[in-house]
Write a protein that binds this ligand. Sequence first.
Ligand SMILES: Nc1nc2c(ncn2[C@@H]2O[C@H](COP(=O)(O)OP(=O)(O)OP(=O)(O)O)[C@@H](O)[C@H]2O)c(=O)[nH]1
Ligand SMILES: [Mg+2]
Length: 377
Amino acid sequence: MENDSCDLLTYCDASMAKQWDGKKNHNLPPLRVLLIRSESGPLTVKHDARLAENKGLVKALGWHLIETHVCRLRRPPHPATFLGKGWVERITSAIKAQDIQMVIMDPDLTSIQQRVLEKTWQCDVLDRTALILRIFQQRARTAAGQLQVKLASFLYQKSRLVRAWTHLERQRGGFGFLGGPGESQLELDRRILDSNILKIKKQLEQVRKTRTLHRKSRQDFPTVALVGYTNTGKSTLFRALTGADILCADMPFATLDPTVRKIRLPSGQFAFLTDTVGFISELPSFLKLAFQATLEEIQEADLILHIRDIACTTSALQKEDVLSLLKDLRCSQPLIEVWNKADLVPHTQDDTTGLWTSATQKTGLKAVLHHIDTLLP
Ligand SMILES: Nc1nc2c(ncn2[C@@H]2O[C@H](COP(=O)(O)OP(=O)(O)OP(=O)(O)O)[C@@H](O)[C@H]2O)c(=O)[nH]1
Ligand SMILES: [Mg+2]
């Protein structure tokens, strides 16, 4: 594809980029990473979970997490550095002392903050959204998955261009801006991104048409989509129910591309089961837009199996995130809640709001199949 210079990798030093895909570079030591989570409110279980989730995201890329800092923001974020002066200096010392190569920031930074921090700290800086995108880049195996990730990456960069533009405009009082050198570069960047976005959207339109045709070819039987927060055990359950040899791993976003298999229900009726990409809190809107072709598999399903990791301390919050995303997607199909990882928590079977399963120990599967049977048209 032309103009690939806009790829996400331009955000980091090219030599560093070689190390990013840990799997392909066995000889290189993993990147030394420092993680910063900034909080403005009181520290709750939600924040602990977010920190643990961020650590999982870093680990998922095969990087080496050296230090983690939780900093409390007492004032609004600094426009140029996000963090206050004291924190910037403290992190500078930590970077030097620990030979850090990459700093991950959560929440997200503006492109200006990212550049100022990279210059100050003399190392690469990524925010949580870029980290998620990077994982998606590493996971995408199919051509459709790779196209979707590329689109997400361009949309991400475009959103950051707009912010940079607004910032410059403000500096110049919003007038007399035309013809400046900054403007022409921004305009050029924007045009390149727009043309790339348009091209990929056209290619993805073809993917959506093909998927629609595939769905039509399956319309003799109803479809059940496995949906849920990332790492809750969707693929493990899918494998237990279908016998399909798919990747199940203790990491976020192990699954990116949907997999479909036919199963036979206890009534003798057949149904298609679809394993899908996991959700995560504050999923950026451009990722939802880019993954439209995949999310359609959920929208078009006759029934949704919501797989929850019931042993996770923030299972209830994850449920809220999933339900809100399903609402965004206008999914109103019948839904079965599956309480997975039952082997990790003491429980009684008579709890009626969810179906207890252990996908690893293959328990509770019959009840799941039975419920699918009763709810399908
Ligand atoms: N103890 C226990 N672990 C489980 C169970 N189900 C899945 N796991 C583990 O949870 C981790 C994630 O499993 P996956 O099936 O890959 O989860 P997923 O929801 O498909 O994750 P993504 O595709 O990344 O969104 C793996 O290490 C599984 O072995 C279960 O019932 N009990
Ligand atoms: Mg999976």
